[in-house]
Design a protein around this ligand. Structure first.
Ligand code: ZN
Length: 486
């Protein structure tokens, strides 16, 4: 029931911290994003004002619905068709890497394409039909066309007895074989006799395709956003991640940015390995990254830390989760999962974490036909979008300052920054946040450090720093502060 789930989630809220109460005084119109040379961009506070996560979630849901019917795989025309649809949203470049290309310890596989597949009974009736669901064929099945008995056929059939109405999703990428997936109920209806089996597919030399979109920022330092795009008709894993990456790319495209952003839409595992092997010279530019997948189900948000565990992106995610007021959970790194496995391999060791909802493999719908359009929800997609943007906003705006008046506290009152009788202090800026920023800004502590230590939301700390800069109490010019305690 799509309609029932839509509209039930509020836009991302600020934390319930007392320091944030001032935001109820209409102060959200203050620009809180800043740069050394003036205002910038990506900013959650502004997004809260002029941005509707639910509408974005609905757009993501529409894209998922459009992509859902396509039979994707780690290579082939389904993947290409998917990437071309994404090109209608963002100027994605398609890369083609020939079969046989060595990529570290792996080799780009043959290209798989499928036109049709079925199992017909002796009456000529399609009892298993690829046209009804592309999950019916084991992904990467070699072509076959033969007749065999039910007993022989059963060697090639896969079901989920615990969920008798669901079709499992199976692959056989690196072992040439063939098979069909079907519901347990379908299997039990098959009668003894001879069956005609046909998989009209090709597995030949061709290419591995992936999509890449690079968005230049003010610096060469990059944020990597990666999602796998190789699963057929499955929504949460992986179309929700694809849709989230597209939405983020579209928004960032129209913002000014400190960081450059690189979006990868790749086949799982082999795609990440292929990109890394072909772009080793670019790896040092990647300062932060997120693998996006499984963000549309109704479960709590999860962030899996990078291999480093204390990378800035890991701390940002922890901070956002801590202040989100929503059920969410941090996971430690493990060498199992999605493409963070490659980005966090020891010879690559990027600061890349994974953002999702319910972790893969821990919900029964995972890799089954039940991961369908009913399993993902526009409001959940929109919420994931808002939280992800909040993380990127912190990355964009985190900076280290120095207190330009470090000997004792500056007199805030004469600047209108402290307890004005009968009114509020400088609109929307927490006094406590100002005190924290002034105290901790010795050129060593970033705004994120200060937010963590004070347990005040980054946005509030950032706003305080902005106002203090405006009043020349905070600066980035370290040389101009000869006596700051450093
Ligand atoms: Zn998967």
């Amino acid at each position: 029931m799509r309609g029932a789930s839509a509209g039930t989630t509020q836009p991302l809220e600020s934390s319930g911290l007392p320091v944030n109460e001032l935001s109820s005084t209409g102060t959200k119109n203050i620009r809180t994003s800043f740069r050394e040379n003036g205002p910038i961009v990506l900013n959650v506070n502004e997004l809260e004002n002029g941005f509707d996560p639910l509408a974005e979630g609905q757009a993501m849901y529409r894209l998922i619905s459009q992509l859902y019917p396509i039979c994707r795989s780690i290579t082939g025309d389904g993947l290409r068709q998917t990437l071309r649809i994404l090109q209608a949203h963002i100027p994605l470049e398609l890369r083609e890497v020939p079969t046989g290309t060595r990529v570290f310890d792996w080799t780009v596989p043959k290209e798989w394409n499928i036109r049709d597949a079925y199992v017909k009974n002796s009456g000529g009736e399609r009892v298993i039909d690829f046209q009804k669901s592309n999950l019916h064929v084991v992904n990467y099945s070699v072509p076959v066309h033969e007749r065999l008995t039910l007993a022989a056929l059963k060697e090639h059939l896969f079901t989920l007895p615990a969920y008798p109405d669901w079709i499992p999703y199976r692959t056989s990428y690196y072992k040439e074989s063939w098979g069909f997936c079907l519901s347990e109920r379908q299997l039990s209806s098959l009668k003894d006799g001879e069956y005609e089996v046909c998989i009209d597919a090709t597995l030949e030399d061709g290419h591995l395709t992936y999509g890449e979109f690079f968005l230049q920022g003010e610096t060469r330092d990059e944020v990597l956003i990666s999602s796998h795009a190789c699963h057929p008709s499955l929504c949460n894993d992986n179309l929700s991640g694809v849709a989230l990456a597209v939405s983020i790319a579209r928004l960032l495209e129209s913002s000014s940015r400190r960081y450059s952003y690189r979006f990868l839409f790749i086949p799982g595992t082999i795609g990440a390995i292929t990109w890394l092997a072909r772009n080793e010279e670019k790896i040092p530019n990647i300062k932060h990254g997120l693998v996006l997948t499984g963000v549309g189900d109704a479960g709590p948000l999860h962030y899996k830390k990078s291999r480093k565990g204390t990378a800035e992106i890991d701390r940002v995610a922890a901070h956002v989760f801590q202040h989100s007021g929503k059920p969410c959970q941090l996971l430690g790194f493990s060498p199992y999962g999605y493409d963070e496995r490659q980005y966090c391999s020891p010879g690559i060791n990027l600061s890349v974490g994974r953002f999702s909802r319910t972790p893969h493999g821990t919900f029964p719908e995972y890799h089954t036909s039940a991961d369908n359009l009913d399993f993902v929800h526009p409001d959940k997609l929109g919420e994931a979008f808002a939280v992800c943007l909040e993380m990127l906003s912190i990355l964009e705006n985190n900076a280290t300052f120095v207190n330009l008046n470090p000997k004792c506290e500056p007199q805030l009152g004469k600047r209108g920054l402290y307890r004005m009788i009968g009114g509020q202090a400088h609109a929307g800026v927490s006094e406590m946040a100002m005190l924290w920023v002034l105290n901790q800004s010795d050129g060593k502590n970033s705004l994120l450090d200060i937010a963590e230590r004070s347990e005040i939301q980054f946005d509030v700390i950032q706003r305080a720093a902005h106002v203090l800069q405006e009043h020349h109490l905070l600066g980035k010019d370290f040389k101009s502060v000869p006596q700051a305690a450093r």
